[in-house]
Write a protein that binds this ligand. Structure first.
Ligand SMILES: [Zn+2]
Length: 417
């Protein structure tokens, strides 16, 4: 696995650039693959009504309007308005939150009385509420959503905004994409010429109005000529929770190994205060000491980039590894360092050997952990854990991804210019 520590930052940058130069969500390079499902049965009528049966008034909420004033202007008596607001639950319609600019429709009887029969309030492009005045009932409804599956591809060039423009990634898509690879790829080192392909879903109202990103089904990132696949798969049918796995069913979520070596014992835990055996004074110990024989290999607890490989009087020979924008780890008192600054290290890769250089009374490694630049005890942190796919899910997973992989393999990479 490679490493990427600043993709999130980069993605925000990309997104900002993209927003500033391309407001369109639909792009030329995004291809529609197929409309894969319709969530609800499309309503042949508007808001569930045949509008020609009514005298219909379309309007929008103006500043100062309330449900009461709107009803009043159409001849509905205050007593009726009161009954309605008392009867209809907030979950259907919150009458105190009628927002300026929101569209509504009033359906009146076609006879001479022009009696208001229904009030339709559009909460969002998808959701609306229908209030029926005669029956004093209300119902919250949603417009039928069509999910379209599309594919896109892009290439990272020196001009990132161009790359994003050409790929047609919208802000959310870029964000989701970075989420998928945040544990496995270090976008700090994302190279010019790195390519990607995506199969994703978008929501549409009435088949035509874009209503947002539904999700990414599959992705391939080609980094330094190597392809990193990601497939979304439901890991919990009860909660509907999904996660991303590679073509072998391995989770893409990076986790930290519990310890940076095969150790014999923990000789000192992280503490706010302890008596330092060498310095002979009380001080904080912001690390965990693992005692082990001199020469025992020390490995990086997660994929990352070596940011320091150096010697100081206190630390002795030490190595610091940056894992993402958020996490860093450090390993002290090595007899020998095995990596250089800027080097990629894989989780479990040897970065040095146990020693007692610097301020140390015996051979051990002092393991230090940073979250957002703050030193913490990793044993007390709620660290992202990579959960391996359950064995019993694997047959279903491989069956599920086979057509998806065939589909994304058919998508052409955007050419490197
Ligand atoms: Zn220590």
């Amino acid at each position: 696995m490679l490493n990427i520590s600043n993709f999130r930052f980069l993605s925000v940058l990309l997104a900002i650039m993209m927003l500033s130069c391309n407001q369109d969500v639909e792009t030329a390079s995004a291809k529609e693959i197929e409309t894969i499902k319709v969530k609800r049965i499309p309503e042949p009528k508007s808001f569930g009504f045949t509008l020609s049966d009514f005298e219909v008034v379309f309007d929008t909420v103006r500043r100062g309007d309330t449900f009461g004033t709107i009803m009043d202007s159409h001849g509905v008596l205050p007593g009726k308005v009161y009954q309605i607001t008392q009867r209809i639950p907030d979950s259907v319609m919150n009458f105190r939150r009628i927002n300026t600019g929101k569209p509504y429709a009033i359906l009146k009887s076609k006879d001479s009385t022009q009696r208001v029969e229904h009030f339709v309030y559009q909460k969002s492009v998808i959701d609306y509420a229908v209030i029926s005045l005669d029956s004093l009932t209300g119902v919250a409804r949603s417009k039928p959503i069509t999910i379209k599956q599309k594919s896109t591809s892009g290439v990272i060039s020196s001009n990132l905004s161009d790359a994003i423009d050409e790929a047609g990634l919208d802000y959310l898509l870029t964000n989701r994409f970075s989420d998928i690879y945040q544990w496995s790829v270090d976008f700090f080192k994302l190279q010019e010429g790195d390519q990607f392909k995506l199969i994703y879903k978008e929501k549409y109202i009435d088949d035509t109005i874009y209503a947002g990103l539904e999700g990414i089904d599959a992705a391939v990132l080609k980094h330094r000529g190597r392809e990193f696949y990601a497939f979304e798969f439901e890991v919990d049918s009860l909660t509907g929770r999904t996660d991303y796995f590679d073509e072998d069913g391995i989770t893409l979520r990076k986790f930290f190994l519990k310890a940076p070596l095969q150790f014999s014992r923990i000789s000192s835990r992280y503490t706010g205060r302890r008596f330092h055996p060498v310095q002979r004074r009380w001080k904080a110990h912001k690390g965990t000491d693992y005692a082990a024989a001199t020469g025992t290999p020390i490995w990086s607890t997660a994929d990352g980039v070596v940011t320091k490989a150096s010697y100081t009087r206190g630390n002795g020979n030490y190595v610091k590894v940056k894992h993402t924008g958020k996490y860093s780890t450090q390993y002290l008192h090595m007899s020998r360092r095995a990596v250089k600054v800027g080097q990629y290290v894989k989780q479990g890769e040897i970065i040095g050997y146990v020693g007692q250089t610097g301020l140390a009374t015996g051979p051990h490694v002092c393991y230090r952990f940073w979250v957002n630049g703050r030193q913490v005890d990793p044993y007390k942190e709620d660290l992202p854990e990579a959960e391996p796919m359950k064995e019993e899910l694997k047959p279903a997973y491989f069956k599920f991804i086979a057509p998806l992989k065939a589909k994304i393999d058919q998508v052409d990479y955007m050419e490197i210019k």
